[in-house]
Design a protein around this ligand. Sequence first.
Ligand SMILES: [Zn+2]
Ligand SMILES: [Zn+2]
Length: 448
Amino acid sequence: MQASTVMHRLFQLGLLLGTLGRGVAEEAPAPRYSPTERLKRERLAAAHASVVELAGRRISLPPAKAGLTDFRCNFHAHAEDSTHTGGTRPEMLAGAMKVGVNGIFLSDHFRPPRDFMDSWRFLTNGILFVPGSEARGFLISPMTSVFEQMDLPATELAKIVTAGDGLAFLSHIEERSDHSMEGLTGLEIYNRHYDAKRDLPGLLQLAMRLTDQREVVELQDLVRLYPAEMLAAQVRYADTYLDKWDAETKIRRLTGVGANDCHHNQVMIVKVVDEDNVLVGTIVDKDEQMRAVSSNLRPSIRRLTKGRKPGDIAVRLDFDPYHQALLCVCTHVFAPELTETALRTAVKAGRVYVSHDWMADPTGFSFDEEFGKFMGDEFGFQLCRGLRARIPVPGMIRLICSGQEVVRTLGTDLRFLPNKVGVYRVEAWLEVGGEWRPWIYSNPIYLR
Ligand SMILES: [Zn+2]
Ligand SMILES: [Zn+2]
């Protein structure tokens, strides 16, 4: 409660300074804790308490737009598609059913001679699967096989993929922030794997904790109590991705999607070599890819190896079962029905928002205009009668115009009458575990 009051005071001060600062735009809130700090028991418990509290403060909102349903989907999802993937499609289906996912756009790693379009393409148990691939720096979901065209220059391939209702997104922006967006449907505006890449020291520290029996017992307990909070400890605001999106949407419409990048491969193991040596890694690592740790460095290893034989798995900790991974980041699509055509059309139209659903169910969120225009719409600035955003639990809403914050507010709704042409999008942040954390990213309304 105290932390919350301080946070609100800081917010008010920030707003005041922003006003006095002669148009200097407010930045996104900085994280207060590092991923490693967030993995401490008291921080996980605090984050979990916030999640429970926010669920209790939920308000009921009317449907965002008559005739459209908010479908919880996942883009960039892997199963049985590579040696570094630990999960299977049936396992993904079970995970999706458990947490109420409606649609999954698969992104198989391209492995000729296999054609990724031969994967699951059906509705089962209320979940629609759409085949696709992560290839050539893109996430692609063509309408029909593009197997014979996969070696074409990138812009030609994009053109072929996006024919009809085909979709192509630029992926892993940190590796290609200068890449042309010509011919693409959009881009990833968040990628869970990027967070992991930014936290290698934290991952190494976590791996070392697994070589101490007491730490193992502690981690097993934390994974049991706070699985979502643990998996999300690395999640950060993806400036690199959002900067590119804001810059590129000044010229063309681009749908932003959230990259889940789940593989069910964050299952950490400790494998016994002999009584003084272990290997630490994940279930998808070969022995030579694992980190060798000896009792010289960590005397407590002998407690882990005691009574076990070479090759035994002494410790196994599953951080990313599909049901947790799928909720870590979702892409919500507003469509009239749950069919491939309806979802593809809605995604192309930008009727989409990205959300970290583990924090709070965002259903009810909307970003629209007083006269009924909606996320993804593009129209003359003079016709806009006011933009509105609403969220189902109280938080901070930021309205961003062409990359610059124009206003922020605390509560469950924001209204703003734009005074200039621009690409407007909103972000919602929630106070979780004593810090503001990004929750929702809308797609833009384009005022030209
Ligand atoms: Zn992969
Ligand atoms: Zn991937």
